[in-house]
Design a protein around this ligand. Structure first.
Ligand SMILES: O=C(O)C(=O)C[C@]1(C(=O)O)C=C[C@@H](O)C=C1
Length: 282
């Protein structure tokens, strides 16, 4: 395996993450990427952090379900790797079954938790009372369906084909426009590798103390600087009950003067401002 061209992704083959990894490889000019399959987004981060691979791909945000919390928590609490780029993938789930099974054979429906959540209406309408099973990825559910007539999977039609399952319903997600944004993760030395005309910046803000107006103060700094926020999410700091921090995504780069001004002001007032990266948006 060549470190230079290595990209870790959530496996097995046929995940949406796999599709995103191939798109990032094309943007990086890597014709023949060394793709490394991981069992979770945590494992993707570990591979980048310990130098097993140069790049990793993780889910960042879904249009129906919002931010991918496992990814945000890694950026806030575990990794010092950064976001190098973002890629948005159209997510069109199918229902996949064992090639010889009938619909009446299905006893459980497996998928990544996001896949199950994105098809709630379809499941309520067609599989009321059938249990769901969370597995590591959508492609993993295709692999299970191919090997077990009692299990159906929710996955990319490509995954069904790759793993030998039969597609019995297409585009079953609750919203036809379902999309997931993936992040290319890497080390700071590669931060300038991909460039674009439009940038986004992702960061975590940790308060010194929980007090009235803390969130308003944060929002005011961005408003004074004329910065548009594209995502705001509060998450537990994991220290004690009721202790929260904020994730923010904004239009612009940390090298823009207005973003720098807002972040400098926030650094004076907050315990920590952790920037996960400024990256081009395609
Ligand atoms: O399981 C996959 O195929 C993934 O790439 C993961 C993931 C996610 O993390 O949200 C990606 C896209 C879909 O939203 C469902 C699952």
């Amino acid at each position: 395996m060549s470190y230079e061209n290595s990209i870790a992704f959530l496996g097995p083959a046929g995940t949406y993450c796999n599709e995103a990894a191939l798109r990032f490889a094309a943007r990086l000019g890597i014709d023949d990427p060394d793709l490394v399959e991981c069992a979770s987004f945590d494992e993707v981060f570990d591979c980048v952090d310990d130098g097993t691979v140069r790049f990793g791909v993780v889910g960042k945000e879904n249009s129906l379900e919002g931010p991918v919390t496992a990814t945000l928590d890694n950026f806030a609490f575990r990794t010092d790797s950064v976001i190098l780029a973002e890629e948005v993938i159209d997510v069109r789930h199918c229902l996949a079954m064992h090639p010889e099974a009938a619909r009446s054979d299905i006893r459980r429906i497996a998928s990544h938790p996001q896949g199950i959540a994105q098809c709630r209406r379809f499941l309520a309408e067609h599989f009321k009372g059938v249990s769901t099973l969370s597995v590591a990825s959508t492609a993993e559910s295709a692999r299970m369906a191919a090997g077990d007539p009692a299990t159906a999977g929710i996955c990319n039609p490509l995954a069904a084909r790759l793993h030998g399952a039969r597609v019995v319903a297409e585009s079953i997600q609750d919203n036809p426009e379902n999309q997931t944004a993936f992040a290319l993760v890497g080390r700071l030395v590669d931060a300038e590798l991909l460039r674009g005309s439009r940038y986004k910046t992702s960061l975590a803000l940790f308060l010194r103390a929980d007090k009235p107006g803390a969130l308003q103060m944060i929002l005011s700094e961005f408003a004074y600087a004329g910065i548009n926020l594209t995502m705001l999410q509060s998450r537990p700091t994991k220290k004690q009950l009721g202790d929260y921090m904020f994730f923010v995504e904004l239009d612009g780069s940390m090298h823009d003067i207005d973003v720098q001004t807002a972040l400098d002001c926030l650094r004076l007032k907050l315990r920590e401002v952790k920037v996960f990266g400024s990256y081009p948006v395609e």
